[in-house]
Design a protein around this ligand. Structure first.
Ligand code: NAP
Length: 246
């Protein structure tokens, strides 16, 4: 068994891959040989730059704009990917938003949008790719959750609920498809250096036992690890600089 994953011939869809953690995951999956779909919401130039980087290294990639909270857009995206690359073998549900709100300023609209983009999206994308994975008896699904699924975090209760829901999806799907060669795991980052982390970076880094923010590449490494491992399913891997010890 090679310890270096070989995803040659596999097709991977990474949602929210125009920047941050999703971009780093798209790049490592391409490096491992997968043809990669770089999904994004509105930043076309950044998504195309990720595609260009992959193609520049000899890989295969396409950019695909779709609001993953919208079932029609997800269905159209999956149809486009299947037409261009074939069926999807690896799905990374990474797209997410973190609308920071305190208890007093959290609106119903903030709650609904957060649940739709962070949680319903993972359901929609999983449902769209699962029939193909089940037919081929091979698949890898990774949900990018957060330390906020279990801790209080810094964004708000709506975000806590969306990420805890993703962990529920992870465990629920994993047991139902385990016999069909499909693994479903979660990777739970905390305080990673991306646009989402916002300002006050030094103050945030001081909360981490390791004394710094994590990098998107460190989250991508853990994601590749769970994709490579056929015996690991239903798990949540924390990538958090030791924050669960405090
Ligand atoms: P980011 O830098 O803000 O990037 C978010 C990505 O999601 C972008 O590619 C964005 O596309 C895409 N996106 C947002 N809404 C979308 C939608 N409705 N449909 C399709 N794509 C959408 O975020 P990040 O820090 O890399 O976070 C990635 C994931 O990790 C998220 O699920 C986040 O909750 C989770 N996470 C992050 C941290 C952290 O410290 N950074 C910690 C824990 C968990 P556009 O570029 O087109 O806007």
């Amino acid at each position: 068994m090679s310890l270096h994953p070989d995803l040659t011939g596999r097709v991977a869809l990474v949602t929210g891959a125009s920047r941050g953690i999703g971009k780093a995951i798209a790049l490592v999956l391409a490096e491992a040989g997968a043809a990669v779909v770089v999904n994004y919401h509105s930043r076309t130039t950044q998504a195309q730059a990720v595609v260009d980087a992959i193609r520049g290294s000899g890989g295969r990639a396409i950019a695909c704009a779709a609001d993953v909270a919208d079932s029609g857009a997800v269905a159209a995206m999956v149809r486009q990917v299947e037409a261009e690359f074939g069926p999807i073998d690896v799905l990374v549900n990474n797209a997410g938003i973190g609308i920071a709100r305190g208890l007093d300023d959290l609106s119903e609209a903030d709650f609904d949008r957060t649940i739709a983009v962070n949680l319903k999206s993972a359901f929609l994308c999983t449902q769209a790719v699962l029939p193909g994975m089940r037919a081929r008896r091979w698949g890898r699904i990774v949900n990018i959750t957060s330390g906020a699924a279990r801790g209080s975090g810094i964004v708000g209760v709506h975000y806590n609920a969306s990420k805890a829901g993703m962990e529920g999806l992870t465990r629920g799907y994993s047991t139902r498809v385990a016999k069909e060669g499909i693994t479903v795991n979660a990777v739970a980052p905390s305080l990673i250096e991306t646009d989402m982390i916002g300002d006050n970076r030094q103050e945030r880094a001081a909360r981490v036992p390791l004394g710094r923010l994590g990098t998107p590449e460190e989250v991508a490494q853990a994601t590749l690890m769970v994709i490579s491992n056929a015996y690991m399913t239903g798990q949540t891997i924390q990538v958090n600089g030791g924050m669960h010890f405090i």
